[in-house]
Design a protein around this ligand. Structure first.
Ligand SMILES: *[C@@H]1O[C@H](CO)[C@@H](O)[C@H](O)[C@H]1NC(C)=O
Ligand SMILES: *[C@@H]1O[C@H](CO)[C@@H](O)[C@H](O)[C@H]1NC(C)=O
Ligand SMILES: *[C@@H]1O[C@H](CO)[C@@H](O)[C@H](O)[C@H]1NC(C)=O
Ligand SMILES: *[C@@H]1O[C@H](CO)[C@@H](O)[C@H](O)[C@H]1NC(C)=O
Ligand SMILES: *[C@@H]1O[C@H](CO)[C@@H](O)[C@H](O)[C@H]1NC(C)=O
Ligand SMILES: *[C@@H]1O[C@H](CO)[C@@H](O)[C@H](O)[C@H]1NC(C)=O
Ligand SMILES: *[C@@H]1O[C@H](CO)[C@@H](O)[C@H](O)[C@H]1NC(C)=O
Ligand SMILES: *[C@@H]1O[C@H](CO)[C@@H](O)[C@H](O)[C@H]1NC(C)=O
Ligand SMILES: *[C@@H]1O[C@H](CO)[C@@H](O)[C@H](O)[C@H]1NC(C)=O
Ligand SMILES: *[C@@H]1O[C@H](CO)[C@@H](O)[C@H](O)[C@H]1NC(C)=O
Ligand SMILES: *[C@@H]1O[C@H](CO)[C@@H](O)[C@H](O)[C@H]1NC(C)=O
Length: 487
């Protein structure tokens, strides 16, 4: 037995060290925002992914626990589902009968999501998947076509379909590797805040095989994945501090037994899973109680997720300190919205459910995962980024935030075209990319202004939100990712 184990681990080590990653492969950037999707006239927030041929566009929610890419069938919501607000919760609908490329699998298919909460019935099969890259509202999307990929179509049940699964056995990451499209099993996420529950405006992004260097700032913090957890990205929390904006000097630690005498001693650090499967944070019972007593929060279920509600408005922030010192601050507008709803969930004293740093936490954090070495990185997210900077995330390497060069002189002198034309061949590709993005932004802004003047505000909003660019195969030139090349 011992020798078998040794043999096994030796093989694993061997195969890891001999894998050669091609880190010249550009990443695939898939944005997350609200848009028109197939099968409903309500805009949905999620990853811009189409399924079938012709493509039925969807807004898929990224899950760090699930592995499968799932869709809701057209009749899912009419078939006795228990999913609340079903018609606006599935990120679109997939009508299998309209896809010429769908092939149903035999019944012996084994789901990779055996641990998923909730039962359902549905079909599995193979179909085309279109990963759309769409940087600017006024420009077209380009697509990465993955044909014959395994998908799941839910027909009835209690689950929330419309998921792109980025769990430890992610099918979409595996497909991208098998087809030699991306450099390694790496993936980065900014979930954004443009969905209804968050009530914000900032959009998110997925980067398969890479990361968006323009989306985070400061040093990255490295953690090991814990693959025994459903959400393998797991950290330890050592402190949670409330800062009152009106009294910035008076920080209150929810771990402080002097402040909260119901605790006999300072609590130990606790393990929390990073998840997108729910919006509110789930913290240990006593910490939750301290939060409630400090801010006057009470149980509420306005949103069906047990988020606590304050009796009175509060303007302040909540800082979560991880055991390595990395501190993530939930700003006042996220901590308490205008209806006094907080992103902290009520917790039962006897609950044994895991603790979660969930979507509300990720609205402030950029997450970069390396499934080849089972490590991940967190960094402070830049909320309003001015440059989209997808970079290859080579397995085993450490992502670095993009440093904006001080080159506004270029812009001022109108040299952007020349730079893009490649005349300044020696200039770092980062500068080129920055200028390129700035140029695109400026063009977009000009177009926006024209539209505003011409059609008025309402028309402009429609124009921004409806994806109406027909041609993308082959990808339009503007999407040819020359600025993705590794520096
Ligand atoms: C690595 O990927 C790049 C971009 O896809 C490709 O041009 C190059 O040929 C690949 N190199 C190897 C050794 O496969
Ligand atoms: C929904 O459930 C009811 C009662 O169990 C049943 O009569 C009805 O046929 C079901 N509808 C569908 C579409 O499955
Ligand atoms: C969800 O459903 C509830 C009750 O049916 C309704 O009040 C609410 O407006 C719905 N939310 C959305 C976003 O449609
Ligand atoms: C996804 O795959 C991982 C690794 O195989 C597994 O541990 C996890 O339980 C799966 N997720 C679900 C929801 O079953
Ligand atoms: C699964 O769903 C049930 C019912 O919605 C819920 O009570 C339970 O906490 C969930 N479990 C997990 C692990 O999310
Ligand atoms: C409802 O669900 C059942 C069981 O999954 C499925 O066989 C049936 O086709 C579904 N009905 C509709 C109208 O989609
Ligand atoms: C599609 O995938 C299935 C399952 O992976 C495989 O059996 C089938 O041969 C593939 N078809 C094509 C045309 O590649
Ligand atoms: C506050 O958040 C709750 C839950 O997301 C939402 O129902 C409510 O509309 C929000 N209030 C405002 C004023 O945004
Ligand atoms: C997010 O995306 C939507 C839809 O494209 C757009 O209207 C909105 O302006 C974007 N928000 C930001 C902050 O860029
Ligand atoms: C209060 O906490 C915040 C967040 O951890 C920290 O940045 C700040 O320095 C603290 N202020 C004081 C006076 O301790
Ligand atoms: C799906 O999105 C693509 C890319 O923007 C677009 O070209 C296509 O027309 C969309 N499909 C539908 C049915 O809107």
């Amino acid at each position: 037995m011992a020798s078998l184990l040794f043999y096994f681990s030796a093989t694993v080590l061997f195969s890891q060290s001999t894998v050669a990653f091609n880190c010249s492969k550009p990443p695939i950037y898939v944005d997350i925002h609200k848009r028109a999707v197939h099968g409903t006239d309500r805009f949905q927030y999620g990853s811009f992914i189409g399924v079938g041929s012709p493509a039925q566009n969807q807004s898929l929610w990224p899950s760090l626990s699930q592995n499968t890419t799932s869709f809701a069938s057209s009749s899912y919501c009419n078939n006795n589902t228990t999913l609340k607000n079903c018609s606006v919760s599935t990120g679109g609908f997939f009508d299998v009968s309209l896809s010429t490329s769908f092939q149903e699998n035999g019944k012996d298919f084994k789901s990779k999501d055996t641990e998923r909460n909730g039962t359902f019935t549905g079909i599995y099969g193979q179909d085309d998947m279109h990963l759309y890259t769409h940087y600017f509202e006024t420009d077209g999307a380009s697509q990465t076509l993955l044909s014959n990929v395994t998908i799941e179509v839910a027909e009835s049940g209690a689950i929330t379909p419309g998921i792109v699964g980025i769990g430890a056995s992610s099918i979409v990451l595996q497909d991208l590797i098998d087809r030699d499209v991306i450099a390694g099993r790496t993936y980065s996420l900014y979930i954004g805040q443009g969905h209804d529950r968050a009530g914000g405006a900032v959009n998110g992004s997925n980067t398969f095989g890479g990361y968006d260097a323009g989306r985070f700032t400061g040093p990255v913090h490295k953690y090991s994945m814990k693959t025994s957890n459903l959400n393998p990205m797991t950290v330890r929390v050592k402190d949670i501090i409330i800062t009152d904006s009106k009294n910035p000097g008076t920080n209150v630690s929810l771990f402080d037994p002097a402040k909260f005498p119901s605790m006999k001693s300072r609590p130990d650090t606790f393990e929390a899973q990073i998840t997108t499967d729910q919006y509110p944070l789930s913290l240990p019972y006593e910490i939750t109680q301290n939060f409630m007593s400090q801010l006057g929060a009470e149980k509420d279920n306005t949103w069906g997720d047990n988020s606590l509600k304050l009796k009175n408005p509060f303007s302040g922030s909540l800082s979560i300190v991880l055991d390595d010192g990395f501190t993530v601050t939930i700003p006042p507008e996220v901590l308490v919205n205008a209806s006094n709803i907080t992103p902290i969930q009520d917790r039962d004293e006897k609950s044994t459910a895991p603790f979660y740093l969930s979507t509300a936490f990720l609205s402030q954090v950029y997450l970069m995962a390396d499934f080849d070495t089972y490590v991940f990185y967190l960094a402070e997210a830049i909320q309003k980024n001015n440059a989209v900077m997808p970079q290859t995330f080579c397995p085993k390497s450490t992502p670095t935030a993009y440093e904006r060069p001080k080159q506004s002189a270029f812009v001022a002198q109108g040299l952007i075209g020349a730079v893009i034309g490649g005349i300044f061949g020696g200039i770092g590709i980062g500068v080129v990319a920055f200028c390129f993005v700035m140029a695109m932004r400026r063009r977009r802004d000009e177009k926006k202004l024209e539209e505003r003047l011409e059609k008025g505000k309402q028309a402009k909003i429609m124009q921004m939100e409806v994806e109406d660019v027909p041609e993308f195969d082959p990808p339009p030139k503007s999407a040819t990712p020359f600025f993705w090349r590794k520096r």
